[in-house]
Design a protein around this ligand. Structure first.
Ligand SMILES: Nc1ncnc2c1ncn2[C@@H]1O[C@H](COP(=O)(O)OP(=O)(O)OP(=O)(O)O)[C@@H](O)[C@H]1O
Ligand code: SF4
Ligand SMILES: [Mg+2]
Length: 366
């Protein structure tokens, strides 16, 4: 039975394009998100992937109400979040938190780490006593793999991975139900990425969090997520359980993204790489009907005339395509996919969860 914690119903976000110095006129709109419907089940990890500018961050910001939609509804536990005001809105922000891509700019450099992590307590008037607040913050630091004794340090005294851990500690301080992580590891060294991913996975399990994980890199998403939603030019074009998506992608765009992921040791057989050619069209003027038709190797006339609905293509896979990939095509283009070894990942793997501490840029040991 469906237990959606968050649901997007036909949500759009169009940013106006204005021209004029004194009197500004709207001359168009960037359709950053355009009619997206998605359900995220309680406790699941949903990945959102797609090329730059396809609307991932805008979707994330709409989910946690950092942006208001141009159209559509976002329901959190069945209730429209855009109807919340005042204390109701403040309470909502306790339940949903976001981690940002850049751990450098998302932390105030003039504040000590203890104060940064305690920000949510200050906003919500929790743990008012100095000692109590410090104790709680140090517990959080310990939980995310930071040394609690570094409570009084400044962000620049931590490495990139440690800074992202500070962002994670702040995000989980209020024990949210939903955590939206917008490319939380893309700014980090590859060697550190796995440690932060493992931390997020561990927290997700321990806290029963619902996690929305945004990434460019399909190989990262595979090992993090139960399901993956693929976006192209403001639209969701395919949603499927991770294994299904990697073993048998149905949308040609998903196939192209997978085809672009390097396979270190091909298992033999001819592989016809389906590389993405051409630039992504402008979201201010997207191609009509199927937006991928200008780059799709399978495009036919109908693709530029009728928009394909997002519909079931078998089992739990939904895709928006008139001519989804066949098994034979997947075999030819992604020979390792159908055998279940589509891609490797350099970001997944075991390791000392505190390994990134050793790469601290300046100081964590003193
Ligand atoms: N505040 C804004 N004003 C105008 N346009 C915007 C704004 N925010 C985003 N956009 C545009 O909306 C589109 C989608 O942006 P978004 O940041 O959601 O993409 P993304 O998939 O997160 O990209 P990336 O992978 O580069 O982070 C882009 O064309 C972007 O330029
Ligand atoms: S609808 Fe047509 S153009 Fe669009 S992805 Fe499918 S085959 Fe390609
Ligand atoms: Mg983004």
């Amino acid at each position: 039975m469906s237990d959606a914690i968050i649901e997007l119903r036909d949500v759009s976000k169009h940013f106006p394009i204005k021209r004029g110095v004194i009197i500004q006129r709207q001359i168009g709109a960037v359709k950053a998100v355009d009619g997206v419907s998605l359900q995220v089940q309680r406790g699941e990890t949903l990945g959102i992937v797609g090329e730059t500018g396809c609307g991932k961050s805008t979707t994330a910001r709409l989910m946690v109400r950092l942006l208001d939609p141009t159209a559509g509804h976002v329901l959190f536990e069945g209730e429209d979040i855009f109807k919340r005001t005042g204390d109701g809105l403040k309470a909502l922000h306790r339940e949903m938190q976001m981690i940002f891509q850049d751990p450098y700019s998302s932390l105030n450099p003039r504040r000590r780490v203890g104060t940064i992590i305690a920000e949510p307590f200050a906003i919500h008037g929790l743990f008012k006593g100095e000692g109590e607040r410090k104790k709680r913050v140090q517990e959080l630091m310990d939980r995310v793999g930071l040394n609690p004794e570094h409570y009084n340090r400044y962000p620049h005294e931590f490495s990139g991975g440690q800074r992202q851990r500070i962002g994670v500690a702040r995000a989980i301080a209020l024990e949210p139900k939903l955590l939206v992580a917008d490319e939380p590891v893309s700014a980090l060294d590859v060697s550190i990425q796995a440690q932060v991913l493992n931390l997020l996975r561990g927290l997700q399990r321990e806290m029963g969090l619902t996690l929305i994980f945004i990434a460019h890199d399909l190989s990262v998403v595979r090992h993090m997520c139960d399901r993956v939603a693929v976006m192209y030019l403001g639209k969701v074009v395919e949603v499927a359980p991770s294994d299904a998506l990697y073993s048998f992608p149905r949308h040609p765009y998903t196939g192209a993204l997978l085809s672009a992921v390097p396979v270190p040791r091909p298992t033999g057989g001819r592989r016809e790489r389906q590389l993405l050619t051409g630039d992504v069209p402008s979201p201010a003027n997207p191609p009509r009907a199927c937006r991928f038709h200008t780059r799709c190797p399978k495009a036919q006339e109908i693709c530029s005339q009728e928009e394909p609905p997002l519909e079931s293509k078998g089992a739990d896979d939904v895709a928006a395509c008139h001519f989804p990939l066949t098994e034979a095509e997947v075999k030819l283009r992604l020979p390792t996919a159908l055998s279940g070894t589509a891609v490797s990942t350099n970001a997944h793997g075991a390791g000392d969860p505190a390994a990134d501490q050793s790469s601290s840029s300046s100081s964590s040991s003193t």
